[in-house]
Ligand binder design. Structure first.
Ligand SMILES: [Zn+2]
Ligand SMILES: [Zn+2]
Length: 328
């Protein structure tokens, strides 16, 4: 089969490789759609010590099972392979599993014609949900998990809050669409990239350039930092009202000072969110299938042979697409 290999910093190469044998409890899935994630780009730069080349990246995918117990079924997959018996797994917090591994990180990923996945990771797709839309399950579940965590921290219902989402990449955009679907009426997205702003506007969201239209200090009850950089953390702390909540889910850098004094004086709730649980993924599949997030026409598709070029474009900030999905 063909697979897109990450071979070293800023290098991708399409290779022909033998199919890996299946172990007990595993299935082979023909990949029909697989999204390029910010974390794949991070690895592509050589910035992720957990992703060691040469390897196949990719963890957002949907396809059809061609070998294994669910053969013939259309599926999406949980890229987190969990142990099922640690304290976190038993408590329903499988995203924190002490023994987890991940597709496209320490297991071969989905930028390939097929991928071997433990059966526990497979989620059957309802009829009518396309593979390209289903490939959004993973980033959308990241947004859903973060929204649910933040909503639990608010004193009033989420729909009543003024909410700021920093970053209009895939996770920021999906967070915005999901907040709108949850009834949030005072919702603003912020992004400095005009291409991303245009995409968010087209999706019907209110989006600003924070350099031209700074968000007023102490003006929102909840902030989602979907970028996770020094400047966005500063903005998040400044804009959150006293008593408000700040959700940090971007992983761009760990630079700069974090204003703990403001956190203290404003009595802010600062939360992190990492990935999703199996329940989050199932809820997300249902949400995507319902069409409640609107037309997902901001997704752009390319063949697997267009993967290397797609990475180069995304890195150069030349793509208007909030998400590029490869269709092997
Ligand atoms: Zn991802
Ligand atoms: Zn576990």
């Amino acid at each position: 089969m063909q697979a897109l290999f990450y071979t070293g910093p800023e290098q991708m190469e399409l290779r022909d490789i033998e199919l890996a044998p299946l172990a007990a409890g595993e299935s082979r899935v023909r990949v029909l759609a697989t999204g390029i994630c910010g974390s794949d780009l991070h690895a592509y730069h050589g910035h992720d010590p957990r992703r060691v080349p040469p390897m196949i990246l990719g963890h957002e995918a949907a396809g059809e099972v061609i070998e294994g117990a669910l053969a013939g079924k259309r599926v999406t997959m949980n890229p987190l392979v969990i142990c099922g018996h640690c304290d976190y797994c038993l408590a329903g917090r499988q995203n924190l599993c002490s023994n987890r591994t991940m597709l496209g990180m320490n297991r071969p990923g989905t930028f390939a014609e097929s991928v071997v996945v433990p059966d526990q990771c497979l989620i059957e797709l309802p009829d009518g949900l396309s593979p390209v839309a289903a490939a959004l399950t993973e980033p959308a579940a990241t947004a859903l998990h973060a929204i649910n965590r933040l909503a639990r921290s608010l004193a009033r219902p989420l729909a009543e809050a003024r909410v700021l989402v920093i970053g209009a990449g895939a996770v920021g955009l999906l967070t915005g669409l999901m907040l709108r679907q949850r009834g949030v009426r005072r919702l603003t997205l912020a992004d400095t990239n005009p291409l991303r702003r245009a995409t968010a506007e087209q999706a019907g969201l209110t989006v600003i350039d924070p350099r031209r239209t700074p968000v007023e200090a102490d003006s929102v009850e909840a902030v989602f930092d979907c970028v996770g950089a020094a400047a966005t953390r500063t903005m998040a702390v400044q804009t959150t009202r006293p008593g408000g909540s700040l959700m940090h889910l971007g992983l761009q850098d760990n630079d700069g000072a974090f204003d703990m004094r403001a956190v203290t004086l404003k009595e802010l709730i600062v939360l992190g969110a990492y990935t999703y649980t199996p329940s989050d993924l199932r809820a997300t599949v249902d949400l995507l299938a319902s069409g409640a997030l609107g037309p997902l026409d901001w997704v752009e598709t390319r063949g697997l042979d267009g993967g290397a070029a797609a990475f180069a474009e995304l890195v150069a900030g030349q793509s208007a697409a909030a998400k590029i999905v490869l269709t092997p």
